[in-house]
Every structure is written in C-alpha cells, then in structure tokens.
Design a protein around this ligand. Structure first.
Ligand code: SF4
Length: 146
C-alpha cells in the first residue's frame, strides 16, 4: 500500500501575481526543446534566435536568462510594467512546466516544513490561500518535472 501524502486533503493556492517566484537569487528556469520552440513561436522568433536572445546553455540544459533588478534576478519575461503593482509573465500561455507547476514541486512538497519554509523564503503569498487544489491535481503537477 502506498503511504498517503501529508497533503492528501489538497492544498490551497491562488497566485497574487506578485512575481516573487520569478525573481530572487540567481537561478535557472529550465525548459525543454519543445518548450523552447513554443516560447519562440509565441514571441514570433525563429528557435535559434530565441535561444540566442533569451536563453543560456548551462550544464544541465537550457535556462531562460535573468536580469538584475531592484527585486533580484528577474526572469527575462517577467513584466512589471503592464499592470501597475503586479508582475506578470509576458509569455504566460507558453511558459515552461517549471513555471506552470509552481509551487507544487517535489522538493516543496516533501514535508509540511519544506512547504512552510518555501512559502516564507520565496515569499509566496499565494501558498495557503485561495481555492483548494486537489490531491489529483497536485500529483500531476508534482510529477510533471523530471
Ligand atoms: S510568488 Fe506565489 S503569489 Fe507571487 S507570483 Fe509567484 S506563485 Fe504567484
């Protein structure tokens, strides 16, 4: 029998569009070849041009570039201009799995303490708020990344 996850009753989450998960210390926004192609298409660029302009090749794979702002290292596609007081993803519909599945990453879900600590460290005001995300939906998001 498989052990029940500590979040078997679901977890609350509602993004407030603060952008905190898209900035902070230097990091990586990993994406696959297919995701790179989808993002390139969404901004109307050839795949190669998109990679040259917006991505960097790291040991583990391709990551979106970041740029230093007063908030930290913002993802190159984080838009703080369009909606005053909000920070939105300018390629939301084509964003990679890493972004789609936040905050339901394996490491964040390991223990209630891990969940609480990432909620404070990011900080992500959406975690623990809003509507209940079901265990089925959490599992799909949790297992979407390698
Ligand atoms: S930190 Fe949380 S609330 Fe803020 S943009 Fe990211 S997911 Fe949304």
């Amino acid at each position: 029998m498989t052990e029940q996850e500590w979040y078997a009753q679901g977890l609350r989450f509602a993004c407030t569009q603060c952008g905190n998960c898209c900035t902070g210390p230097e990091g990586a926004v990993w994406f696959s070849e297919e995701e790179g192609q989808a993002m390139a298409k969404s901004v109307g660029l050839e795949h190669e041009t998109f990679l040259r302009r917006y991505a960097r090749k790291l040991k583990r794979g391709w990551s979106l570039k970041e740029h230093k702002t007063e908030h930290g290292f913002d993802c190159v596609f984080l838009d703080r201009e369009t909606m005053p007081g909000k920070a939105i993803c300018s390629l939301y519909d084509a964003r990679p799995q890493q972004c789609r599945t936040w905050p339901f990453w394996k490491e964040n879900l390991e223990t209630p303490q891990a969940w609480e600590s990432v909620k404070k460290a990011t900080p992500c005001p959406g975690m623990g708020k809003g509507s209940l995300v079901s265990i089925e939906s959490i599992r799909i998001q949790r297992d979407a990344l390698p």
